[in-house]
Design a protein around this ligand. Structure first.
Ligand SMILES: NC(=O)c1ccc[n+]([C@@H]2O[C@H](COP(=O)([O-])OP(=O)(O)OC[C@H]3O[C@@H](n4cnc5c(N)ncnc54)[C@H](O)[C@@H]3O)[C@@H](O)[C@H]2O)c1
Length: 282
């Protein structure tokens, strides 16, 4: 593939590091001009310098509505338009395993960055796209939105909210030629998705990561963690003309982690039955 995004302009939030950075790199390779918005000024500035003239960085906190508006304006004034808006910036909040132990102190910030940030980006981008022949909006969700379960309750609710917002916007904005889709990544070892503990000595941290990795992959059909490029490929599909008939979708990019239960219950029942009757017979 090459030049799938030639002539297109994209805004990518949270693009200074992690998955967002992977999306920036792929979109740049495919010929897009990009404005990256992130709170990490050092990483964002360095990335723009590294990727050259087609990438700009603007310090942006997506929880601040005016800053998101200014980010979208920058893309339009600097590159003459906006065709793809990737609402990627997010935080997961503190990792609390059980809800009853959570003081919910993170609630406002997580909801504001993840949900309001996505809404601001969508609204400013769509107002421009409506007047200029449409475009594509790509929201970063998570498997945490699809798999109910223990831990990070606020984040799960935020990302589930993004899924329904995505589908609602596909309906609301479709008549303007604006498509809205979401990607639900599995566990990608970025700063947010890392299983390591930087507070430990490196060998211990690596051993912790190895053990948690093994436990994680036991319930995933494809036996590797994801890479930012895996998620970026899905973002490219949604942002490019390859998906002009696709809107309102939440795509799991997760090694099959949301395909279903990996435990073979029937095999388990059979082995319990076999053992039970064997013991009965003595
Ligand atoms: N890594 C995973 O395992 C995983 C899994 C599922 C979903 N996701 C989602 O993918 C997206 C990217 O995650 P990641 O793993 O790269 O996270 P990360 O924490 O590694 O990187 C997030 C980036 O967003 C920036 N950011 C944070 N708050 C911001 C704010 N208020 N305004 C602007 N920028 C801000 C950070 O500076 C950073 O550059 C997120 O939406 C996340 O929820 C990640």
């Amino acid at each position: 593939m090459a030049n799938e995004l030639a002539g297109k302009v994209a805004v990518i939030t949270g693009g200074a590091t992690g998955i967002g950075r992977g999306i920036v790199e792929l979109f740049a390779e495919e010929g897009a001009r990009i404005v990256v918005g992130d709170v990490d000024e050092a990483a964002g500035t360095a990335l723009a310098a590294e990727l050259g003239d087609r990438v700009r960085f603007q310090r942006t906190d997506v929880a601040e509505r005016e800053q998101v508006g200014a980010l979208v304006d920058r893309a339009i004034s600097e590159f003459g338009g906006l065709h793809a808006m990737v609402n990627n910036a997010a935080i997961s909040g503190r990792f609390v395993n059980r809800f009853l132990d959570d003081d919910l102190a993170d609630f406002d910030r997580v909801m504001h960055v993840d949900v309001a940030g996505t809404m601001y980006g969508t609204q400013f981008a769509a107002r421009h796209m409506r007047e200029n022949g449409g475009g594509s909006i790509v929201n970063l969700s998570s498997i945490a939105s699809l798999n109910p379960g223990f831990a990070i309750a606020i984040y799960r609710a935020a990302k589930a909210g993004i899924n329904n917002f995505t589908r609602s916007m596909a309906i609301d904005l479709g008549e303007y030629g604006i498509r809205v889709n979401a990607i639900a990544p599995g566990a990608v070892p970025t700063k947010m998705g890392s299983f390591a503990d930087p507070a430990l000595p490196p060998e211990q941290s690596a051993e912790l990561e190895r053990q948690l990795d093994t436990a994680w992959l036991a319930s995933q059909p494809i036996k590797r963690r994801g890479a930012p490029r895996d998620i970026a490929n899905a973002a490219l599909f949604f942002a490019s003309d390859r998906s002009t008939y696709v809107t309102g979708q939440v795509l799991g990019v997760d090694g099959g982690g949301t395909a279903g239960e990996m435990t073979n219950r029937n095999a388990m029942m059979t082995s319990i039955r076999d053992a039970f009757y064997r013991d009965l017979k003595g």
